[in-house]
Design a protein around this ligand. Structure first.
Ligand code: GLN
Length: 291
């Protein structure tokens, strides 16, 4: 089968997908598998595909037809110019998360000796992107509860030659390992989907780990508990930044205000949806029992 014949076959088999999306996916799949750029694919369109590569490509079409995410088939996905290894058991880095990383990088720019922690780090995409953006000015910490996701974090840690200080741990317990007023910034893109909505998500997302999606009954479980448990770990004047789901900004703002975070700001993604909520810790941390 030639490249052109494969494309025809794949388009026919995957006609349930939107044409532009499918074109993009097939381009990425072929570029990755055949190690060719778009121009080379066009020039070599009548070239026979190597049989082992063809088996892989046909299998990829079959899996994609069942909704298995392309990112898992490829085994890696680019996030802010960093190749992040992914697979079943870890959340796929989303382009929306760029808003969160850019916001923190800007808020922390020109500061030195920073300590920043990424809670529910998953693949580590946020932590590694912050490391890249802030260089030697920051020591980045990262925590992930899921065994499977943490394996991907470790693989990424090695392949990126990273210095991020990662740990497998539950964010609802792990806070006790740090002294009060330790961090300049706490950042998280936690699970935020309402439990009842998980079954209604698109097919691709259903393949992603429930643990990384399920934000409890109202979707806000992590925001509430992270604020409650981690606030004392942020330095006075320090920063808290969350990625949120669509429409959660008022509720998350109110959770943050109640926890002693002020100067709340919203940041929108490219679709105009508020994706990030940030705030500054006021000097006095209210006692956990007062919240
Ligand atoms: N922080 C990781 C990411 O942004 C994982 C998030 C999660 O598991 N909910 O991809």
């Amino acid at each position: 089968m030639t490249i052109q014949e494969f494309l025809k076959y794949a388009k026919k088999n995957l006609n349930c997908f939107q044409t532009s999306e499918l074109k993009y996916e097939l381009k990425i799949l072929l570029e990755d598998c055949l190690n060719m750029n778009t121009d080379a694919l066009i020039i070599n369109k009548d070239k026979e595909i190597d049989s082992s590569k063809l088996i892989y490509l046909l299998q990829a079409v079959k899996m994609r037809k069942q909704g298995f995410p392309l990112q898992y088939i490829l085994g890696s996905w680019e996030f802010m110019g960093i190749k992040i290894k992914v697979g079943s058991g870890v959340l796929i880095p989303r382009d929306d998360t760029r808003v969160l990383v850019e916001d923190i990088s800007q808020a922390m720019v020109n500061k030195r000796d920073l300590k920043i922690i990424d809670l529910c780090t998953g693949s580590g995409c946020i932590a590694f992107a912050l490391e890249k953006a802030l260089g030697n000015n920051a020591k980045i910490y990262a925590v992930e509860a899921s065994e499977e996701a943490y394996k991907y974090f470790c693989e990424n840690f090695k392949s990126l030659n990273s210095r991020v200080c990662g740990a497998k741990g539950n964010v609802f317990e792990f806070y006790s390992n740090f002294e009060d007023n330790f961090f300049d910034a706490v950042v998280s893109n936690p699970p935020y989907i309402k439990t009842s909505q998980i079954k209604n998500l698109q097919k691709e997302i259903q393949y992603e780990p429930t643990l990384a999606l399920d934000g409890g009954e109202d979707g806000l479980y992590f925001y509430r508990n992270i604020c409650k448990l981690w606030i004392s770990k942020i330095k006075p004047g320090g920063y808290l930044a969350f990625e949120i789901g669509e429409g959660q900004f008022q509720e998350v703002k109110s959770i943050m205000l109640h926890s002693g975070i002020s100067n709340i700001q919203f940041k929108k993604d490219i679709n105009g949806i508020i994706r990030v909520v940030t705030g500054i810790k006021i000097a006095e941390t209210p006692k956990i029992n007062d919240l």
